[in-house]
Design a protein around this ligand. Structure first.
Ligand SMILES: [Fe+2]
Length: 450
């Protein structure tokens, strides 16, 4: 049995629109916009033995909030040729750099006044309407040379997006650092020579774009056997982190070795006054060593602090929290800066789905436990408009029944996570486990005029 198709991993089959949703508690009236989350939702007959969780067809689930009401829930496949064919929808227009048949399944965000679904490894971003229907593939209006990523970093100081993209099979000797201007056009790219490792995320500090070159690499045997996700654990490759000065060229890269591990998601990264760099990150001992269907059966991730002496080319690793956890986030305002609070989700069998809040100054951790068989996905921090403190805001997430029962949308007070949801929206259908989401305010991406 493939665990990534069972219980709440199982796909849903209907695209639903539901309005006027039931709410327990009180939704904050100033949350006007959409909470969106992308994830895999395999379509049609799936070869269970071969299925890899990272390859399922993308589906975005979204909730529109307005003036304290939950106006609608929608779920929509992200457009791709496979979905169009299977559902008899019109073909998706726009450039398709990788030639892939599936829409992006990993992240969804607002940027440059539009809504984008994104994925790593070569898929072109797909633009969505306010109501989550597919508009077209969009390569940033013809300015993206090739691949993009599921984890661009938004730089609130400049309004730009920074990304590190890789493309197995297409770009064999390099990855690409990309800066997208706030007008949604690519302003700058730098090709960085690098081996064929899986580059899921990046970090951004005020000085550097940070590239993770870790020992999960393209596996030619798997590729030749037709795997849609041909990557495996390769400890001989080594592990290193690269620092590119923000406006630097490839020759300016500084590489520093770290102990063998794999990491998907940094919580945050920042420069210290002495020139060193701090990265807080969820790290696994091994990844895709034995488990070839997904990320949870080889090892479990802990929260670590990686510190880099850039001048001395040295690194050190300390464990912040050994408890298995993933999907780390922070308040948007503290991205690239020294910060105090991070949020994460319990991972693995226990404490699966608990929402964690870390005070990185005192080392204290608080949590909320959704009860047996229930837990939340990634928490998205939304600051209170009048807020001043770093943690003055809300955490938004979908909460799941692991066995496949009903899902809900929860709002936690980030200053009092242990209290549990201040509001819960009861959803008309199950939301399968997925990857990443964001809050897209109506101010940043307005609804189309009626
Ligand atoms: Fe991710």
């Amino acid at each position: 049995m493939n665990p990534y198709l069972a219980g709440n991993f199982a796909p849903v089959t209907e695209e639903i629109t539901a309005t006027g949703l039931a709410v327990s508690g009180e939704l904050p009236k100033e949350l006007n916009g959409r909470y969106l989350r992308n994830g895999p939702n395999p379509l049609g007959n799936t070869d269970a033995a071969a299925y890899h969780w990272f390859t399922g067809t993308g589906m975005v689930h979204g909730l529109r909030l307005r003036e304290g009401r939950a106006e609608w829930y929608r779920n929509r496949y992200v457009g791709g040729d496979a979905v169009a064919k299977a559902l008899g929808k019109p073909p998706v227009t726009g450039p398709n750099w990788s030639g892939g048949a599936h829409g992006p399944n990993t992240n969804v965000a607002g940027f440059a006044g539009r809504t984008w679904a994104v994925v790593e490894a070569g898929g072109t971003p797909v633009e969505l309407t306010y109501e989550l229907d597919t508009v077209a593939r969009n390569d940033f209006f013809g300015t993206l040379p090739g691949a993009f990523t599921a984890h661009p970093k938004f730089d609130s100081a400049s309004g730009e997006l920074h990304a590190v993209a890789y493309a197995p099979g297409r770009w064999m000797g390099h990855v690409q650092y990309i800066v997208v201007g706030k007008d949604g056009r690519v302003r700058r790219t730098v090709d960085i020579p690098m081996g064929p490792s899986m580059v899921h995320d990046m970090s951004l500090t005020e000085k550097y774009a940070v590239i993770y070159d870790l020992p999960v690499t393209l596996d030619m045997k798997m590729a030749q056997a037709g795997s849609r996700f041909p990557f495996s654990w390769n400890p001989d490759y080594g592990a290193r982190v690269g620092f590119l000065p923000r406006e630097g060229i490839a020759q300016d890269m500084i590489w520093i070795e770290i102990p063998l591990c794999y990491a998907y998601h940094p919580m945050n990264a920042y420069d210290r006054a002495d020139g060193s760099v701090v990265i807080d990150i969820c790290a696994f001992d091994r990844m895709f060593d034995h488990d070839r269907n997904g990320p949870i059966r080889d090892s479990l991730p802990r929260l670590e602090r990686w510190e880099f002496d850039i001048a001395g080319r040295r690194s050190s690793v300390t464990v912040i929290d050994q408890t298995p956890q993933e999907f780390p986030r922070h308040a948007p305002a503290v991205g690239t800066r020294e910060y105090r609070y991070g949020y994460a989700v319990g991972f693995g069998t226990h404490p699966a789905g608990m929402t964690f809040k870390h005070d990185l100054v005192t080392g204290a951790r608080t949590h909320y436990d959704y009860g047996p068989g229930r837990g939340a996905g990634e928490s998205v921090f939304v600051p209170r408009e009048s807020g001043g403190a770093e943690d003055d805001g809300w955490l938004l997430a979908f909460a799941h029944d692991f066995g496949g029962g009903p899902s809900s949308f929860v709002v936690l007070d980030a200053q009092d996570v242990a209290r549990g949801p201040v509001a819960e929206v009861h959803l008309p259908q199950r939301v399968p486990f997925g990857f990443h989401g964001n809050w897209v305010s109506d101010a940043s991406v307005p609804p189309a005029p009626a």
